[in-house]
Design a protein around this ligand. Structure first.
Ligand code: ADP
Ligand code: XUL
Length: 519
């Protein structure tokens, strides 16, 4: 039976999904959790501790170790990896991995764990990830050199943006010029995984994830000379080639055949970012369907026929793996921020849900600005949590109101800041770790006044990568794959029409308060 594997190297974990395309079944679902399974790398929340709250780097070797562990777990569960004909990877977007010249000739020996073979190839020990907000100066320098923010937006689909790879590379070049000079290749997290799987020096970056770098000319589908020049010297030679999202990189490296039992002719399909992969995994690759993802970051995205940019400058345009483009808005204060509020009151998820259920839409006028981390959308560089409302609420003595307040603020912000993508739909698809929580979804349904539906498989990025592998390596049509695998769960979360007016008013209040903290 032909099987295809999708791997998602995400912020807090690495997940694997195998689909059997003949039977139309998901046959394996695996997860390696960085906090539980790889504590030695010191990234329990996906990043290394840092005194500067704007700096967020991870240990790239943790991602390598997670890959091997995922394959070991598959074997441990009795799965035969030789059933896999094609594999593709998804990665948290924007994060980058820096390799020295030795990477070009490296071939993995099956006798030694991969992580020990990759360690000497790193030109930079840590990887900046999407949560990093430390490059405001570099963004300004790049925008200035390129002729202004509007020019960067017009070429790359996004303004110069702190977490994007180009500004991160520029900061590295400024702070560690020698290490930058010793860097021969810069990969995204996603393309780094495909490099590991193939050991090919020419492993490319795809249009979907490449668009999150502030370096790609969207209209030409290739690196922009202007942006390369504005970012750092000699950058073109350090970047992989750009290829379409359906490109096949090559056969899987011998290491995986001998160590884990893969077949030698298993094909490795080009990687993409987690949001483009999720678009595929949700079956939302054609315009008309909008998706809310409640993962470590909360995101809102939709396929679009042409390039449309956010007039406020928060949103982005990425490549759609099925062709064309997707618009995306990212909110950094997503699941981790909900967790922080739950932890503050010692609540489990069921208690968190009960708290939402015990409070009405509008929360008796209690409102929160929930910026535990520096925020991307809207731009908040000095993180803080502000409470407005009753004395009990503002003194953090009302757990139920605090719980509703964080979720209402997140949903309101998402509704307000996604307006540029097009008319608000009356039905939305939802995915990500927190999408299993009905109470959270009810707030989003009420704020958006839209029906929400989940898919049968929660890990849409890993599923999307598996579907991309089946499309590119197995020649299967998108429509057939979506009909088989991107299937909504029965039932839906319906909006409460009585909440509509309450949230119209609350959206205004949120916007007024926001002016006090946004940068
Ligand atoms: P990522 O892929 O970005 O690493 P996931 O999509 O796997 O993240 O989501 C992980 C998050 O899901 C966790 O941080 C956790 O807060 C959240 N989560 C998991 N279960 C629940 C739940 N029942 N209610 C609310 N949030 C949940
Ligand atoms: C998107 C973004 C995040 C990461 C991690 O621009 O920064 O969604 O892809 O999931």
């Amino acid at each position: 039976m032909p099987c295809y594997l999708g791997i998602d190297s995400s912020t807090q974990s690495c997940k694997g999904v195998v689909i059997d395309t003949e039977r139309g079944q998901l046959v394996l679902h695996l997860k390696v959790d960085y906090k539980e399974d790889l504590p030695a790398y010191g990234c329990p929340e996906g990043f290394l501790p840092s005194a500067d709250k704007l700096v967020r780097h991870a240990d790239p070797l943790m991602w390598v170790a997670a890959l091997d562990l995922l394959f070991e777990r598959g074997r441990g569960s009795g799965f035969d990896w030789s059933r896999v004909e094609g594999v593709s990877c998804s990665g948290q977007q924007h994060g980058s991995v820096y390799l020295n010249a030795a990477h070009a000739a490296a071939q993995w020996t099956p006798e030694t764990p991969l992580v020990d073979q990759v360690a000497p190839l790193l030109a930079r020990k840590t990887s900046p990830i999407w949560m990093d907000s430390s490059t405001t100066a570099e963004c300004a320098e790049i925008a200035h050199a390129a002729g202004g923010d509007d020019r960067v937006l017009a070429i790359t689909g996004s303004r110069a943006t702190e977490r994007f790879t180009g500004p991160q590379i520029r900061r590295f070049y400024k702070q560690e010029p020698q290490a930058y000079a010793a860097t021969a290749r810069i990969h995204l997290v996603s393309s780094f995984l495909a490099y590991l799987l193939t050991a090919r020096a020419d492993t490319p970056i795809d249009l979907g994830d490449g668009a999150g770098m502030n370096l790609l000319d969207l209209s030409r589908g290739d690196w922009s000379e202007e942006l390369l020049f504005a970012t750092a010297p000699g950058l073109r030679a350090k970047l992989p080639p750009i290829r379409p999202c359906t490109h096949v990189v090559g056969k899987i490296a011998r290491y995986f055949v001998e160590r884990h039992g893969f077949r030698p002719d298993a094909q490795v399909v080009i990687s993409s970012g987690d949001n483009p992969c999720s678009l595929i995994g949700m079956g939302a690759a054609f315009p008309g369907t909008h998706v809310i993802s409640l993962g470590t970051s909360d995101t809102y995205f939709a396929a679009m026929p042409g390039v449309r940019t956010d007039p406020q400058g928060y949103g982005h345009v990425f490549g759609n793996p099925a062709g064309g483009f997707l618009s995306l808005i990212c909110f950094k204060n997503g699941s981790k921020t909900r967790e922080k509020i739950a932890e503050r009151f010692g609540l489990t998820w069921p208690e968190f849900s009960a708290a939402i259920g015990s409070t009405p839409p509008g929360n008796h006028g209690n409102l929160m600005l929930p910026y535990v981390e520096a925020e991307i959308t809207p731009r908040v560089l000095r993180p803080e949590v502000r409470l407005y409302g009753t004395p009990e609420f503002t003194a953090w003595r009302n757990a139920a109101a605090a719980v509703r307040a964080v979720v209402e603020a997140q949903a309101l912000s998402m509704r307000i800041h996604s307006g540029w993508i097009g008319e608000r739909p009356t039905a939305l698809l939802v995915t990500g770790g927190a999408s299993e929580n009905d109470a959270i979804l009810q707030v989003f349904a009420d704020v958006f006044q839209a029906r929400l539906r989940r898919l049968a498989v929660a890990d849409s990025a890993a599923l999307g990568a598996a579907i991309r592998a089946a499309h590119a390596a197995g020649g299967l049509a998108w429509e057939a794959l979506f009909a088989r695998f991107a299937v909504p769960e029965p039932g839906a979360i319906e909006p409460n029409p009585q909440a509509a007016t309450v949230y119209e008013q609350m959206a205004q209040q949120y916007l007024e308060r926001l002016e006090e903290v946004s940068s």
